[in-house]
Design a protein around this ligand. Structure first.
Ligand code: AQP
Length: 342
């Protein structure tokens, strides 16, 4: 079976974008592939964060994975920092990463320009090396990536090839290793179209945890009334009828796409159903569909968080499974890089 890894950061509340763009897709992937889904807490400290909230947010994110249908009989669910090899491999990879590669990363350039050099930690620059470590540690075949992560995955691929070239093959064999490739070079798995959920208050920017206004997103655990209120007051337009794919109507395209994804209908069905609607008729329809889709997830979530020892066991088992794969890779890297092994 091919192997897939993916994760979400435990920062803020998980929203419909994280769910429709990532977690919901995992549910079908776990039936086809060997899957490892982690909560990427080490990434969550890259920018300023709330120390008091990190640990709870990590557990809550794990509970959301399970509530959304991640099945622990098929997938390993664990916390990134519980498998120490992530950070260890990152250091080894750092030595093989040219600074120029990191300086070119768009996300780094944008965020560091916004915050200023004195205000951002080195981790913002080296974050893609940790991401590479998350992926290469598990010899992943495929990585689901959104548009914003494509450049980071490209760096992961380049880094895998570079390390294979610098330390793999015959050189590794001479050191007593197996020879050949140290890392598998992962391929991107582009999620289905329409999976980029936009903000409720601005159809041109993505729904995001860090956007200051909570009205811009629907959180997975929002109560019904709040969901209804957010949809009622969300930004729309004054065109006649509703349609997909009109570049002048990003909000319309977004809300129809959300409706399509939560109702399970096809794009064609939604296009026909909503063609002659106005916002007054569509918004209650969307509200009901979102609430109906999220209700069972919220009920499941409530049950899972009411049993902390169950969650601890799931995370401990998941980390133990992950560690077996991670340690094997890490040990090979140490050997290939010439370290004296204990
Ligand atoms: N709006 C979105 N539409 C579709 N997918 C999305 N993802 C995030 N926002 C959307 C996907 O969710 C996964 C987890 O991402 P993350 O925890 O690394 O956070 P992020 O990508 O930085 O986005 P967030 O959650 O909104 O946080 P901020 O506010 O920091 O940007 C990824 O697979 C991502 O593609």
């Amino acid at each position: 079976k091919k192997r897939i890894v993916s994760g979400v950061q435990p920062t803020g509340s998980i929203h419909l974008g994280n769910y429709l763009g990532a977690i919901k897709n995992w549910i079908s992937l776990q039936n086809i592939y060997e899957t490892l889904f982690f909560i990427v807490d080490l990434h969550a400290i890259t920018l300023q964060y709330d120390v008091q909230k990190l640990s709870k947010a990590t557990r809550d994110t794990a509970a959301i994975y399970l509530a959304c249908g991640v099945d622990i009989s098929k997938a390993s669910v664990f916390v990134q920092s519980h498998v120490r090899a992530h950070v260890e491999l990152m250091w080894l990879l750092s030595s093989a990463t040219p600074i120029g590669w990191l300086n070119k990363m768009i996300q780094f350039k944008e965020k560091s320009r916004k915050e200023g050099d004195e205000n951002v930690g080195v981790a913002l620059l080296t974050y893609p090396v940790l991401m590479a470590s998350d992926i290469l540690l598990y010899q992943s075949d495929l990585v689901p990536v959104g548009e914003d992560q494509i450049q980071h995955l490209e760096l992961t691929r380049d880094l895998a090839k570079r390390v294979n070239h610098l330390y793999g093959g015959r050189k590794w064999k001479k050191l007593g290793g197996r020879g050949g490739q140290i890392f598998k070079v992962p391929e991107p798995l582009i999620p289905p179209a329409g999976a980029r959920v936009m903000s409720l208050t601005d159809g041109r920017s993505k729904m995001s945890k860090s956007a200051p206004s909570d009205d811009s997103r629907i959180n997975l655990l929002d109560p019904k009334d709040l969901i209804a209120k957010k949809i009622k007051t969300c930004t729309t337009d004054s065109f006649l009828g509703l349609e997909f794919d009109n570049p002048e109507r990003p909000e319309c395209n977004n809300l129809l796409s959300v409706y399509q994804l939560v109702s399970g209908k096809t794009k064609e069905e939604v296009a026909i159903e909503c063609r002659d609607m106005n916002w007054g008729t569509f918004k209650p329809l969307l509200t009901d569909a979102v609430i109906a889709h999220l209700h069972p997830i919220q009920v499941q979530y409530g049950e899972i968080v009411s049993d902390p020892s169950y969650l601890d066991k799931v995370l401990a088992d998941g980390a133990a499974n992950a560690e077996v794969i991670a340690e094997a890779t890490l040990s090979n890297v140490y050997q290939a890089m010439g370290f004296l092994r204990r």
